[in-house]
Design a protein around this ligand. Sequence first.
Ligand SMILES: Cc1ncc(C[n+]2csc(CCOP(=O)(O)OP(=O)(O)O)c2C)c(N)n1
Ligand code: SF4
Length: 424
Amino acid sequence: MSNMFLNTDNLPFCKGCGHELIARNTTRALEKLNYDPLEVILVSDIGCHGIIDKSMNTHTVHGLHGRSAALASGIVLGNDNPGSKVIVFMGDGGTTIGLQHIMEAARLNLNVTVVVHNNYLYGMTGGQTSGLTPIGFKTTTSSEGNPFGSYDICKLAHAAGAAFTSRVAGIGDISDKLALAFSVKGFSLVEVLEICPSYGVKLNPKRKLQEIIESSGKKPGEWTQHREEFVAHQTHKTDNLFKDLPAIKKSFNAYLKKPLSVVMSGSAGEGVQLAALLLSTSSMLSGLHVTQKGSYPVTVGVGFSTSEINLSHHYIRFHGIQVPDIAIITSADGLAHNRKKIELMETGGKLFIDSSLEVPSTNAKILRYDFRGLGARNASIFAVLYFALKTCIIPTASVFSSIEQLGKSDKLPLSKFKEALARA
Ligand SMILES: Cc1ncc(C[n+]2csc(CCOP(=O)(O)OP(=O)(O)O)c2C)c(N)n1
Ligand code: SF4
């Protein structure tokens, strides 16, 4: 791991992509400025640059295409931690799509830094022309070379009122240049120029970055002006959203040697999210820290329903799960949605799977059970009890207690569950 801001050394970009240089130099700049990762809020946009967020130890928010500057503006206006730093990552595509949002943040001089990853085209969707593609540059939608000139985003933001803007060639160590922008009180924007190896280099094989920069007429530079940053005077503070939630008191003991990641998946409408909540609650009743994240299609009543849960004796700073330690699969929808993850599971992992399902190839230990035999809507909930019984990580009593505490005792066939547990 290269520094405290990254949770991996293996960044997700194509080989030679300038986005990696920006990501690494951003983290280096933040280290130089002595930021704690949890003081930094990274708002990423749609595009290749945005896939960095899973690798960051900072707070991350993934916005809609072109809207990340607007999201960041809202965060700055609502956040009353003056020590925090809000950074926006955008591609040249998103910058063009959301130009007005950048102008507004610059006009108000909000305390945000926008880092424009200008690789002169839309990377993620196959290399189309954007408003920052220079004249003559070839893209998949302008095979003869872009016939139009590009926006000068630095000068536009400067004219709108940005305290600081700069244009930088994405070569070598640019961490000081980024640190300069991050230290500005008010709106700053850094446009980093790069070429996407997968499309830009292939479509413009003889051209080098320096030459493209020269001929584009948009050379590196800095534009500053003295303006007071805009600080919202909050007239009303929102109460802590957790204030009315009852605290969960430790009443059981967990047996867990190291942090554990669990993926639970079945079909929408079959109680998977409730089962995940029961696993989370019973784990907290057993003294563990827990994160829980649900995902399902927008058509909430059909298709898969998945929940990712992390359990640990310690504070959990990263809740992403790439390959789970435990997978609990109760239907064909859940299996289809998680097949790849299951295939990557390692020896030592455990796959709890309904006996009606075909078992995918995996190194995980297989535990089959007729969960659906207790009724489709009870399958995932009983699977949580079965997981507790077979792993002894949390006691089954903690699961029954969570059922009671969440007011679900009348709705679930508890005696049927107990009988099935006695037989299992
Ligand atoms: C509003 C909207 N329009 C289009 C898309 C499709 N889309 C996804 S990524 C992308 C290109 C991103 O290019 P850029 O912003 O330059 O970032 P890069 O991939 O180069 O990092 C597009 C057009 C989308 N997700 N949302
Ligand atoms: S497609 Fe281009 S922009 Fe996207 S990761 Fe690969 S090199 Fe980078």
